[in-house]
Design a protein around this ligand. Structure first.
Ligand code: ADP
Ligand code: ZN
Length: 721
C-alpha cells in the first residue's frame, strides 16, 4: 500500500500521513486535498524522511487522500526554503506553506473566470445597499465575491445588480502564456564603471551558483540599469527572475521602466491584485511562463521551477520585515532562497543596512560599488540649518533659510520637495481648556488629525472619528488645538508662503493606488507641480530631473524612539530623500533642519560622509553586542484581557533560561503597549553570536501553557531592538 506524508495549509498542525488511493500518483511536492475531521484541506506531499519522528498510525487506520490538485507541484528548493523559514522564524510549517500557495483558490485550474463591472445604468430600484455597492465599485472589476467584499454588501446584492443590468459580466482569460521579455530590446550604453559591474553580475548568472552581491551605488548611479543587465543574462538562459520591491507604490513605475527596457510587461505580484490576476500570476510563475516576476515580499514563496536570479531593490527598507503572521525578513529569506536555488542574489541599495555591510566585511557577500551618479550629475550640496540659532517663526516649521532657498528654486522654474515623515495635519490634538488629549481607544497612540478628510485617525489600527467641534471632556467649543506638524500642516504653511505654487501632498493617504502614483509622476514630470510635500513614500525610487531642492523639516524625528536602530533609520531616510535632489543636469541642494547638529549621525549626514557613519555605527553596535554582532529575539505576549497579558508575561519571564551568552530582559510593556485592543508585553532575548536562540526559546516555551485568547508570538531578529 502506498502512503504519503502531507503538510496541511493549517497553521497549527505538523505533518500527517494519508493513504494514497489506487490510481492516484503523488510525489513530494504534489498538491493534494486531504480530509481532517469533517473538513477537506489543501496540503502538500513532503519527503517522509524530513520528519522521521512523526507519529504514524497503522496502514488500516489511514484516511485516504481526497484528491490531487491539477497544478504544478512545489519544487524541492522551495520545500527546503519553507522548512528553513519555519525553523528559523519558529513558525508552523503550514503557515509558511500558505504563503507559497497564496490561497488555495490560486490552484483552481479553470481557463477563465467571469468578472463584473459597472455599466453606468442605474437600476430602477435603488436601495441604499445597491447605491452603496455601486459607489464602492466605481470602475473596479472583479468576481461576485470580490465585489461584495469591496462594497461591504452581500453576494445577493451584487447578483441583484447584475440582474438589473447595472453590472455586466466580462470573461477574463486565465491563459498563462506570456510574451517573453527581449533582453536586447533597448539596452542602454553603460559607462565604464556600470559595465564592469554588469559584467561581474552577468558572469555570476552564467556560473549558475549561489552568490550574494551587495550592489552599493549612490542614488542615481544606475543600479537599476546595471541589474537589468544581469536580468537580461538570466532571461537569455531561459531562466526566471524575481525582483522584490519594498512598496506597492513603487511597482507601477518599475513595471513601466521594465517594459521600456525589455519590450513587455513583467508579471506583478502583490496584495492589490484581483483574484483572477492572482490566479494567473501564480500559475504562470509555477509553470515557468512568467519569466520575470516583480513583487512584494510574498513573491519569495512562489513555486518558480527555474529561478536564475533574485534582485532585492532598496534592500535596506524596513518594510521587507513582515511584522505579523510569520515574522520573516524578506531580504534574508531572499538570500536563503538563492542558496537553495543555487543562483545569485543582488541586494541593491544606496544605504545598506549595517547587517548587510557586515556580511561584505566578513567576506560572505561580494560588494559592487557605483560611487558616482550617472551622466556627470553631481551629488547634492548639503546644508545644515540649526533650529536653535535659525528658528522658524512662532507656530511655523519652515526656517527663513529654507524659505529663501525655496524662493530661488521656484524663481528658476525648478521643483522643491519637503520631507516630513508624519501623515496628517498634527500628531496630537488637545483641548486648550482642560488639556484633554485624543487617544485611540484600541491602541497606545494619539489620534492624528487629518484636515483633508476632517477626521481623527489612529495610524496603528485604523480607528477613525469625525473631528469634533467641542471637547468631549469639558464640552468647551472650538478649544481643540493641533500640536506639532504633519505634512498637511506644512502644506498650509507653504500655501501662506507661496500662494502661487502648485503643491502635491504625497503620503499613503493620497497615493493609495497605482493610478494615483502614475498621475502623480506624470504631473511632476510634466511640470504641473512646484512643491512636493511628503512622507517616507517620496524618499525612494523617483527620478525627477527638475527637482533641485530638498528640505528636511525635522531630521531629529527619525532619532526619536531611542531604539538601537534609530541612527541607521535616520541616516537611510535622509540620504534617500536627499537622493531625489539634482538627479538631472541641474545641481541639487539639500537643507536639513535639526536641533542636534552634534549627534554623530547628523554630523555624518552634513559632511556627506557615509563611511564615517558606517564606521561609528558599526563600532556602537559592536560595543552593545547588538546585530550584526549579537542577536535579538522578541517574545510578544498579548491578550484583550490586561491582567491575563501581564500574568502570562510574568509567568513566561519567570521561566526564562539563564546561561552564558543569553540574557532575557523584561517583561516590559511592548513598544505599542496596546494595539488593536490587545494589551502587549515584551520579553527581549539578547544572545551572543553562536548561541542557538531558537533552540533556547523552544526549550523554554515548549513546556509552558497559557489561556486561550492569550497569544505568544516570537519575532526572531526584530527590526527594532
Ligand atoms: P539608481 O537606481 O542607482 O538610483 P537609476 O538606475 O534609477 O539609478 O538611474 C538614474 C537615472 O539615470 C535613470 O533615469 C536612468 O535611466 C539613468 N541612467 C543610468 N545609467 C544610464 C545609462 N548607462 N544610460 C542611460 N541612462 C542611464
Ligand atoms: Zn488604534
Amino acid at each position: 500500500m502506498s502512503r504519503a506524508r502531507v503538510i496541511l495549509l493549517n497553521a497549527a498542525l505538523g505533518p500527517l500521513d494519508y493513504r494514497v488511493p489506487h490510481g492516484m500518483e503523488v510525489a513530494p511536492g504534489s498538491i493534494v486535498v486531504a480530509p481532517l475531521g469533517p473538513r477537506q484541506l489543501v496540503g502538500v506531499v513532503w519527503e517522509e524522511d524530513r520528519f522521521p519522528d512523526v507519529e504514524t498510525v497503522g496502514d488500516n487506520r489511514l484516511r485516504p487522500l481526497a484528491g490531487l490538485v491539477d497544478a504544478p507541484s512545489l519544487p524541492a528548493p522551495l520545500r527546503r526554503l519553507i522548512e528553513w523559514t519555519a525553523d528559523y522564524y519558529m513558525a508552523p510549517l503550514g503557515a509558511v506553506l500558505r504563503m507559497a500557495l497564496s490561497s488555495s483558490s490560486a490552484l483552481e485550474g479553470s481557463q477563465s473566470v467571469v468578472e463584473y463591472r459597472a455599466t453606468g445604468l442605474v437600476p430602477d430600484r435603488l436601495t441604499p445597499q445597491r447605491r452603496q455597492a455601486l459607489d464602492a465599485i466605481g470602475d473596479a472589476q472583479g468576481m461576485v465575491r470580490e465585489l461584495a467584499e469591496v462594497a461591504g454588501v452581500s453576494v445577493a446584492v451584487i447578483r441583484g445588480l447584475a440582474k438589473a443590468g447595472a453590472l455586466e459580466p466580462v470573461t477574463v482569460s486565465l491563459d498563462t502564456r506570456m510574451p517573453v521579455p527581449d533582453p536586447d530590446h533597448a539596452a542602454p550604453d553603460l559607462n565604464d564603471v556600470q559595465r564592469a559591474a554588469a559584467e561581474e553580475l552577468c558572469a555570476a548568472v552564467e556560473a549558475s551558483a549561489f552568490h550574494p552581491f551587495l550592489l552599493d551605488g549612490v542614488t542615481g548611479s544606475g543600479k537599476t540599469e546595471v541589474y537589468f543587465e544581469a536580468m537580461a543574462a538570466a532571461i537569455r538562459r531561459g531562466q526566471q527572475v524575481l525582483v522584490l520591491l519594498p512598496e506597492i507604490a513603487l511597482t507601477e513605475p518599475f513595471l513601466k521602466r521594465f517594459a521600456a527596457r525589455f519590450g513587455v510587461m513583467p508579471v506583478a505580484w502583490h496584495s492589490g491584485l484581483r483574484q483572477s490576476e492572482r490566479r494567473r500570476a501564480w500559475r504562470a510563475a509555477a509553470n515557468g511562463e512568467a519569466r520575470v516576476v516583480v513583487g512584494a515580499r510574498s513573491a519569495l514563496f512562489l513555486p518558480y521551477p527555474r529561478l536564475g536570479l533574485i534582485v532585492v531593490d532598496e534592500a535596506h527598507e524596513a518594510s521587507f520585515k513582515q511584522e505579523d503572521g510569520v515574522h520573516y525578513h524578506a531580504r534574508d529569506v531572499a538570500v536563503m532562497r538563492a542558496m537553495m536555488e543555487e543562483c545569485p542574489v543582488i541586494l541593491a541599495s544606496a544605504t545598506p543596512a549595517i547587517e548587510t555591510r557586515h556580511q561584505v566585511e566578513i567576506g560572505r557577500y561580494t560588494e559592487i560599488k557605483l560611487p558616482a551618479r550617472f551622466g556627470g550629475a553631481e551629488m547634492p550640496e548639503i546644508v545644515g540649518i540649526d533650529l536653535l540659532t535659525d528658528p522658524p517663526e512662532r507656530g511655523r516649521w519652515i526656517t527663513p533659510s529654507l524659505i529663501a532657498a525655496m524662493d530661488e528654486t521656484l524663481a528658476k522654474g525648478e521643483q522643491a520637495l519637503l520631507f516630513l515623515n508624519r501623515r496628517g495635519y498634527a500628531p496630537l490634538t488637545l483641548c486648550r481648556h482642560c488639556g484633554y488629549r485624543f487617544q485611540c481607544p484600541n491602541c497606545t497612540a494619539w489620534m492624528v488629525e487629518h484636515r483633508l478628510t476632517r477626521r481623527l485617525a489612529c495610524h496603528h489600527c485604523g480607528h477613525v472619528m469625525p473631528t469634533p467641534r467641542e471637547c468631549p471632556d469639558c464640552h468647551e467649543e472650538d478649544a481643540l488645538v493641533a500640536c506639532g506638524p504633519g505634512v498637511e500642516r506644512i502644506a498650509d504653511e507653504v500655501a501662506l508662503l507661496f500662494p502661487q505654487a502648485r503643491v502635491a501632498i504625497v503620503t499613503s493617504d493620497t497615493l493609495w493606488s497605482p493610478d494615483r502614483v502614475a498621475d502623480f509622476v506624470a504631473q511632476v514630470e510634466g511640470g504641473a507641480i512646484d512643491i512636493i510635500i511628503g512622507t517616507q513614500l517620496v524618499t525612494k525610487g523617483y527620478h525627477f530631473p527638475n527637482l533641485t531642492l530638498v528640505g528636511v523639516i525635522d531630521a531629529d524625528l527619525g532619532l526619536e524612539g531611542g531604539d538601537l536602530r534609530a541612527s541607521e533609520r535616520c541616516f537611510q531616510q535622509i540620504v534617500q530623500v536627499s537622493g531625489r535632489a539634482g538627479r538631472g543636469e541641474k545641481p541639487g541642494r539639500v537643507f536639513i533642519q535639526t536641533r542636534m547638529k552634534e549627534a554623530p549621525v547628523i554630523k555624518a549626514l552634513l559632511a556627506g560622509d557615509a563611511e564615517r557613519f558606517y564606521a561609528t555605527e558599526t563600532a556602537n553596535r559592536r560595543h552593545a553586542n547588538a546585530p550584526p554582532f549579537g542577536r535579538f529575539a522578541a517574545i510578544i505576549i498579548s491578550s484583550e484581557d490586561a491582567t491575563q497579558a501581564l500574568e502570562t508575561a510574568r509567568m513566561i519571564g519567570k521561566h526564562a533560561p539563564d546561561f552564558e551568552g543569553l540574557r532575557v530582559y523584561g517583561p516590559a510593556p511592548a513598544p505599542l503597549a496596546q494595539l488593536r485592543g490587545r494589551h502587549r508585553h515584551r520579553l527581549l532575548v539578547h544572545a551572543s553570536r553562536g548561541v542557538d536562540v531558537q533552540g533556547a526559546i523552544r526549550t523554554w516555551l515548549g513546556p509552558l501553557s497559557w489561556k486561550s485568547g492569550t497569544r505568544v508570538a516570537v519575532d526572531i531578529d526584530p527590526y527594532s531592538f
